[in-house]
Design a binder for this molecule. Sequence first.
Ligand code: HH2
Length: 276
Amino acid sequence: MIWRLRTRVLELDRPRLVGILNVTPDSFSDGGRFVDIDHAVAHARRLVDEGADIVDVGGESTRPGSLPVSVSEETERVIPVVERLAAEGMVVSVDTSKPEVALAAVAAGAEIINDVTGMRSPGMRQVASGSRAGVVVMHMKGSPADMQTEPRYEDVVTEVADFLEGQVRRLIEGGVSAESVVVDPGIGFGKTTRHNLELLAALDRLGRNRPVMLGVSRKSLFRSLAGIDDPVERDRISAVAAALAVGEGVRLFRVHNVAYHREATALAWAMVRGQP
Ligand code: HH2
């Protein structure tokens, strides 16, 4: 399996780590820590030193209840950081739902567009096909403002799988290469703990046609499942979940603590292959 990005190809011949860089004042676990550009760049270097293959830069929090930010605000937060990281040779992904921000980010050197709204906006699909960027199509029910108010599904796995495949089809019809697209079930986005678990139990099915990216890092399901209130204290259990997902075929992990995840996924990968 490969993932075709804007100017390069990433082999998915082993687990790959996407280090999270939130340049926001209000993200749920690290809000406010990397708003300053030099701090953001220093953190990105650390993510890469620890083994991140990609750095995902986000300028708008999507935590439950968060409110949207304007295009200009998000652009100001994200673009200078993308420029600096790309200039240092890092593979940069931009975590945005706004076509204007995605366009500016690819012009500044981003290789990947990661859209938590699943590329529903025609403008986003145009930017994707025009730029030939890699694309992450994520599932979310509702919007961050309302997604956790009693989400309901008949069958969460079928609904999520159908949505993701439908969006991939639209992208391909719009001229995006099938090899450029990966899918993400959107753990915690309009889902109860039970929905999240049903999806985690069906990762092999979700990954049948397409590489899967998984973002469980520090998420609130670890509060309900393991009683860990402080998001930063959820790094170890996040790495355990990622290791288990390696066994289900997942090759891309969006994570805060790269060092833990590197260890856990490397071990899982050796066990899956039966080779060091
Ligand atoms: N989760 C978050 C943000 N972006 N993108 C993908 N593809 N998958 C995810 O699971 C995902 C995502 C939420 O986490 P975080 O960035 O740490 O928090 P916040 O949205 O508060 O900035």
